[in-house]
Design a protein around this ligand. Sequence first.
Ligand code: TXA
Ligand code: MG
Length: 351
Amino acid sequence: MGFMKTIVRNVENKDNKEAIREAAGLLREGKLVAFPTETVYGLGGSGWMEEAASRIYEAKGRPSDNPLILHIGSMEMIDEIASCVPGPAKKAMDAFWPGPLTVILPKSDKVPYRVTGGLDSVAVRMPSHPAALALLREAGVPVAAPSANTSGRPSPTKAEHVVEDLDGKIPMVLDGGKVEVGVESTIVDFTGEVPVILRPGKITKDELEKALSTEVLMSTLSVKEDTVPRAPGMKYKHYAPKAQLVLILGEDREKVAEEITKRVRDCREQGMKTGVIATEETMGGYDADEVISVGSRSHMETVTANLYDVLREFDHRDVDVIFSEGFEGEEYEEAVMNRLVKAAGHQMIRV
Ligand code: TXA
Ligand code: MG
């Protein structure tokens, strides 16, 4: 792919019509635009065009059998994308759209297999970020968009992260500042008998069950290697920091802190540069080379918002080993741990 100049346009204020119009024009021509959503930045291309999907896979360095999510700005478009919308899916869309929920539905003939990675189902989401909605409505086409990172890196939560990964590979980045949620959308598969959460996110199992008045299952396939994955994204190597990352889990916070302190000391004695992913509550208690707080335990939304930024930051600081506190619970904790466990390559110690 030849080098192209990447233009960054600010869309943080309301006065962004010109940038949105230009970006929508690029999308309609089959070109790529990175744009903010409330979860993470997306790398968008027209959902009707095979060549746009090919460009996305190429820019990200992503295997082309890992399917893309189609983003829409209005409800009417769902009938062009899905061959049918089961009742529970309709309820979920009504309850959580626009917002950080992706639904898996049977695909229509119009959606290219290049977008769905050869599957007969399709992932759809209506984001709530005002610039994303404005872009989707102006473009008038569904926009296929994975997270706008190089495959294998943490998802981008700031426009700077997108530029770090994709500068020179795409024509435009819309800069909407730091995203709100910080982890990717909750994915729910509605193609089977019972709705199944394929990826945890801000919208929890509990919230889904309340809205649907039915049982929702949590897929455990993201942690088991021996079964055929249902979200094809699960089988790929996930983000791993340059340093070895080890999670220290336990209900007793003091014990966790003691264990981290002990391990940091051991590693430093061996001449290693150490890092700790701490929280506001514990940050002052560590004596590692690099200590970064990921947020506050009593405001878990600060942890989801900062997580990927902190992981990228540790790559810049050149540490040899990182110890992280774990997060246990059934709400945001589920989404945070899902990402941390993958980043740690399942290296966990329970105290
Ligand atoms: O929050 C988000 O969902 C962000 C923003 C940009 O909207 N997008 C995002 O896309 O996280 P991506 O491509 O990084 O992750 C999409 C996930 C992958 O794990 C993929 O395998 C799964 O969705 N997926 C897509 N289509 C699917 C399908 N038909 N069946 C099962 N899983 C699917
Ligand atoms: Mg991704």
